[in-house]
Design a protein around this ligand. Structure first.
Ligand code: HEM
Length: 125
């Protein structure tokens, strides 16, 4: 359909929620990044759904509640090297596969997330 946002192309809230639930399941089991996260992913998931909703052109849920994302600054408390960016992306790719996100929306999201992920790198391997 013409004039769709990526958020709509993905399938909106239902698909994004499923993707993010699946994603943090993989994150919680990935040895390179799991130790960085709190034991309870409830709040992390909630914020990530808010962020990705607006990142994909949906409602500005994240900024409405938390202000400017400043994602790189918000990640500075954590040591993030290329290894961690790669691990994050691996978990996202697996989650997309598991959630049956395919085709142009998959490629579009992975390309933008790859850039964002490496933008978070704040230490050298
Ligand atoms: C928060 C790790 C990449 C979006 C966090 C937190 C950690 C983390 C440990 C804090 C979790 C918590 O306390 O609840 C990482 C690592 C990355 C990465 C290791 C690898 C490069 C990304 C990317 C995005 C993202 C690519 C966006 C597409 C967020 C958001 C939050 C967050 C929105 C919540 C910020 C807030 O507190 O408001 N991340 N992250 N992260 N991350 Fe990442």
């Amino acid at each position: 359909e013409k004039g769709q946002t990526p958020y709509e192309a993905l399938g909106g809230e239902a698909v994004l929620t499923k993707l993010i639930d699946t994603f943090y399941g993989y994150v919680s089991e990935h040895p390179d990044i799991a130790p960085l996260f709190p034991e309870d992913f409830t709040e992390t998931k909630r914020k990530q759904i808010q962020f990705l909703t607006q990142f994909l052109g949906g409602p500005t849920l994240y900024s409405d509640e938390h202000g400017h994302p400043m994602l790189r600054a918000r990640h500075m408390p954590f040591v993030i090297k290329d290894t961690q960016a790669k691990a994050w992306l691996e978990c996202m790719e697996e989650a997309m596969e598991q959630t049956n996100i395919t085709g142009p929306i998959r490629e579009y999201m992975l390309e933008r997330l790859r850039m964002t992920s490496y933008h978070m790198v704040n230490s050298q391997d």
